[in-house]
Design a protein around this ligand. Structure first.
Ligand code: EZ4
Ligand code: CO
Length: 405
């Protein structure tokens, strides 16, 4: 069996998605997600110019060797563009292997470790009561874990709470440039504890809550927040601070027992090795698309298990259903799986382009038994939603200083 052709598609059903299709000389094909939000075309060029030509004629069954060839075999290791390209090829090859074996990918990983994949849903509100009303809907729909985000009084826009009002394309208006948003840590601290206090008063302690700080705090501020939230028993606090310097998480860890989660932007195990090995975090949130695919995530998952760190893969709307499927197969297998972020199955356009048979029952994701990853890609439908230049927002402090978005 040989790789005959590698096609790269960019479609934009609300968000841009870069999809890779690896086609074999026997007609079997596999799909991969290579989406890097705001840098989509860089991955397309990387794949078309520098990856596809090197893989034509190779045996698609040699997943490990192809992974090593694209990582170790290239002088320029790591980085989001390289790793997303590797990830997409890797997912496509696992998809092909599953189709050849006529087995879902999770069976190739070692089979099921659980009945279903526990999800956490998002409750994003204009104010605390609105957020809690949305949480209530999720609870009534059977979700056992919910991420709470509420707009911060005094700030015009708050990350994560755009809701249905606007998408990033609308925010950018006629100029496809990054929208700018304000940030104030003081204003955030004025309302964030109240959100969880009220959530526990209303829902008690049986439901799990998480919160995404989106890297807005310094380590000592994150430590303080973790401490203040301890009475409200979070499942985890996500991206409490940036950990480019992994050592800095000791400051957070040593001050609070609130569990910590991080990793959605990480490219390789090297971004989280110290965090895991020093037991500074509780959940590792690496995404298949951004950290080198199923092969890499499987390795990070096993490494994390040694240190009691669970997996909680990123599940944002800018990861395609192909990445979601890769996560589902890893999640149902991983002995140290924690929880999967889930924002729903997307809009009509997305569902026309990407078809799959995963379902949700009582807040749990249920597997499809389809061979491979279990996702179909409709090329004609994708062509109806062409690429639109788009950027995530930029964050500035009130005095104009650039801050972490
Ligand atoms: O803001 O993926 O946990 N989820 C998140 C995401 C990120 C987006 C950035 O594109 O932090 O919603
Ligand atoms: Co996040």
């Amino acid at each position: 069996m040989k790789i005959q052709e590698i096609k790269v598609f960019v479609c934009s059903p609300g968000r841009n998605f870069v999809t890779v299709k690896v086609i074999t000389d026997e007609g079997t094909y596999g799909l991969g997600d290579a989406t890097v939000n705001g840098r989509e075309m860089a991955v397309v060029a990387y794949l078309e110019e520098h990856v596809a030509p090197c893989l034509i004629g190779r045996d698609p069954q040699e997943i490990e060797d192809i992974w090593q060839y694209l990582y170790k075999g290239v002088y320029w290791r790591k980085g989001p563009i390289t790793m997303a390209a590797i990830a997409a090829i890797d997912m496509a090859l696992w998809d092909i292997k599953g189709k050849i074996a006529n087995l879902p990918v999770y069976q190739l990983l070692g089979g099921k470790s659980r009945k279903g994949v526990t999800f956490y849903a998002h409750a994003n509100g204009e104010n605390i009561d609105d957020t809690l009303d949305k949480a209530q809907e999720h609870i009534e729909n059977g979700f056992k874990a919910i991420r709470l985000q509420s707009a911060i009084p005094g700030l015009k826009v708050t990350y994560g709470v755009l809701g249905d009002k606007k998408d990033y394309f609308e925010l950018q208006g006629s100029r496809p440039l990054p929208p700018e948003e304000e940030w104030s840590t003081a204003k955030y601290f004025n309302s964030i504890v109240e959100l969880f206090k009220k959530a526990r008063e209303r829902f008690g302690y049986d439901v799990h809550f998480t919160h995404d700080v989106h890297s807005r705090l310094t380590p000592i501020e994150a430590a303080k927040l973790g401490k203040l939230l301890e009475p409200y028993n979070l499942l985890f606090l996500e991206d409490a601070a940036i950990a480019e310097n992994q050592d800095s998480y000791k400051i957070v860890r040593h001050h609070t027992t609130t569990p910590l989660a991080i990793g959605e932007t990480y490219n390789t195990i090297w971004d989280c090795k110290d965090l895991i090995q020093n037991q500074l975090i509780d959940y590792i949130r690496v995404a298949a698309t951004h950290a080198g695919g199923i092969t890499a995530l499987k390795r990070i998952t096993d490494f994390a298990s040694v240190y009691n760190v669970k997996t909680a893969p990123h599940g944002a709307p800018d990861l395609s259903p192909v990445c979601f499927a890769a996560h589902m197969h890893l999640n149902i297998w991983a002995p140290n799986f924690g929880i999967q972020e889930f924002v729903g199955f997307g809009n009509e356009g997305l569902n026309r382009i990407f078809k799959h048979k995963f379902t949700v029952e009582n807040g749990m994701g249920m597997m499809s038994e389809a061979p491979g990853l279990g996702v179909e890609f409709d090329e004609a439908a994708a062509a109806e939603y062409p690429y639109k230049r788009s950027y995530l927002p930029v964050s500035r402090l009130e005095d104009g200083t650039l801050w972490n978005w």
